[in-house]
Design a protein around this ligand. Structure first.
Ligand code: GRF
Length: 214
């Protein structure tokens, strides 16, 4: 069973989806700790209810990004973490730590990357009148939201849909796809080799673009 750390900054609904999947043995791994840079994150409450160890590393208490990253790294080492999942973690990590964990750190991003790295993805989709939207899960590299893509889930944007509507539908996909990908990584079916994502079991290449249209 792989030891997983989930890093959050906010609501933590994805954290809860991962924890539920672990409890139901749908993930061959366990959440060893939850780390939040935000002491007010609702995800901390969720972690408590789920009996998960949570640690707050408030970025405001550090002189710079590097010191903050070093503290995160210290915890990951102490907890013997094998897979780091950024699930709504809203801090940019510097190259030193992303290089160290390359291939062992994944991020969930609410867009069909390479479209819309960064913030406000749902609003951008509406503004640009896109007819497709989705989520991406990728290995973390030093460039923001740009590491090798593991899996994506897409939806068709409906007429008159708002950014809030999209956010709700995107969350539903995330709660399905992220635990699936984590399990495939835990059992060794998905891994990174020479900068590219490898799939041991041919069937799971289907994950790459899954359509979640009703
Ligand atoms: C998700 O939509 C994720 O894609 C984005 O932040 C959101 C986190 O949601 N990076 P939650 O905190 O898991 O509810």
């Amino acid at each position: 069973m792989k030891k997983i750390a989930v890093l959050i900054s906010g609501s933590g609904s994805n954290l809860e989806a991962i924890a539920n999947a672990c409890n139901k043995k749908k993930i061959d791994g366990e959440i060893s700790c939850v780390i939040s840079n935000n002491s007010q994150a609702y995800g901390i409450e969720r972690a408590k209810k789920l009996n998960l160890k949570s640690i707050i590393v408030d970025h405001n208490l550090f002189n710079d990004r590097s010191e903050f990253d070093d503290q995160i790294d210290k915890i990951l080492v102490e907890e013997k973490i094998e897979l780091v999942v950024l699930a709504g973690f809203m801090r940019i990590l510097e190259k030193k730590i992303t290089d160290k964990y390359f291939g062992r750190m994944i991020n969930l991003h609410p867009s069909l990357l390479p479209l819309y790295p960064g913030l406000n993805t749902h609003k951008k989709v509406i503004k640009n009148k896109d007819n497709k939207h989705g989520v991406s899960i990728h290995y973390v590299s030093p460039e923001l939201d740009a590491g090798p893509i593991i899996a994506q889930g897409s939806i068709k944007v409906k007429k008159n849909e708002t950014a809030e509507d999209l956010q709700k539908r995107i969350h539903k996909i995330e709660h399905i796809l992220l635990p699936e990908v984590i399990n495939e990584i835990c059992i060794g079916n998905i891994f990174l080799s020479n900068n590219s994502v490898k799939f041991k079991n041919k069937n799971i290449t289907n994950h790459i673009i899954n359509s979640y249209d009703e």
